[in-house]
Design a protein around this ligand. Structure first.
Ligand code: COA
Length: 179
């Protein structure tokens, strides 16, 4: 029986952490690996909320570190599922850093994670469809297919010639240029 579709907002997870000395490098900045650990947890909980299943991380896209997060900053992670496929779910995660005493806050990172829902034996299992509601959710939903194709091509799980959605971006651009 098909699972009942769920809204993107039902998978929202907001996680708050305080950067402590044990989380930092020798410059007193948050270690990249520690941040990725928190991102993996917040995104994984979000995928669990959507699927009501055990989930495993299949991939994480493009995490770049542009501005350091410092000792004593408060880090807020905001994650939600933006599209589901058969057993996999794409989660969009944003990270904000805040220094409460100085009143400064900035958006430090965003990334897409893919989680796969599995049964007790680790075998992929179907997840509910996702319903996007807001304009942002609809935009993220629409872009998810080409992001999925790109990551599957890079992981050598899809032949480039099968990535039709991805190809259509370049083909459309070429047509636009020719016109
Ligand atoms: C992810 C995993 C469950 C996929 O299992 P599999 O037997 O290869 O299953 P399939 O080929 O049927 O793929 C299942 C889903 O995973 C997705 N997937 C597999 N590899 C992927 C990747 N690198 N990036 C994104 N999605 C991926 C597939 O697209 C498919 O999605 P769909 O069902 O929505 O179409 C398996 O590779 C695994 O257990 N990996 C280790 C996970 C883990 O331990 N993570 C912690 C990091 S150390």
């Amino acid at each position: 029986m098909a699972k009942k579709a769920k809204k993107s907002s039902e998978s929202l997870v907001i996680m708050t952490e305080l950067v402590l000395p044990n989380d930092t490098n020798t410059l007193n900045n948050l270690m990249g690996g520690k941040l990725m650990h928190w991102m993996d947890i917040a995104a994984g909980v979000s995928a669990q909320k959507h699927s009501n299943r055990i989930v495993v991380t299949a991939s994480a896209d493009n995490i770049s570190f542009q501005r350091p997060i410092q000792l004593g900053d408060v880090v807020t992670l905001r994650a939600k599922v933006v599209r589901s496929f058969s057993s996999s779910m794409e989660v969009y995660i944003e990270v904000f850093a805040e220094n409460i005493p100085s009143g400064t806050k900035f958006r430090s990172h965003s990334a897409f994670f893919t989680f796969v829902a599995v049964d007790q034996g680790g075998k992929p299992i179907d997840v509910p469809e996702l319903i996007p509601e807001t304009d942002e959710e609809k935009e993220l939903f629409d872009g998810a297919l080409r992001r999925r194709q790109l990551r599957l091509v890079l992981a050598k799980r899809m032949k480039p010639e099968e990535a039709t959605e991805l190809k259509s971006i370049f083909v459309d651009q070429n047509i636009a240029k020719a016109e």
